[in-house]
Design a protein. Structure first.
Length: 121
């Protein structure tokens, strides 16, 4: 079998013939180009961060996890207790987290560039 027998009509180089054959196989049809793309699985809206905790200006020397949800920042109740924030009597979600905005008298500042969360109670 010689190379000339596998060449595409009008293509003089066997290498170019191979490239042309691949392009023909891979190139989508005009109908496929107009079809609706396959749906993409939705990405979770939540994000988690591990940050240094500061309470009333004091470094608690603890790294805590915060979850950013569409409606605000959430922290595990046990972690809040560990850094000195009382959670008794506050509503927790099923994962035992609490929204920082739901804690009366608490102000906070998330500092992404510093990977820190400053809480004022």
């Amino acid at each position: 079998m010689n190379r000339a027998s596998h060449a595409l009509p009008g293509v003089r180089s066997p290498a170019l013939g191979l490239v042309a054959a691949v392009l023909v196989i891979v190139a989508p049809s005009p109908a496929a180009a107009q079809s609706t793309p396959a749906p993409v699985a939705p990405r979770s809206a939540a994000a988690e961060f591990y940050v240094q905790a500061y309470v009333n200006g004091n470094d608690k020397e603890l790294i805590i996890r915060i979850d950013q949800e569409p409606d605000g920042l959430y922290i595990d109740a046990d972690e809040l207790t560990e850094i000195g924030i009382e959670v008794d009597g506050l509503a927790l979600d099923p994962s035992r987290r609490i929204a920082l905005d739901a804690i009366p008298g608490l102000d906070y500042e998330y500092r992404g560039a510093e990977q820190a969360l400053a809480l004022q109670a």
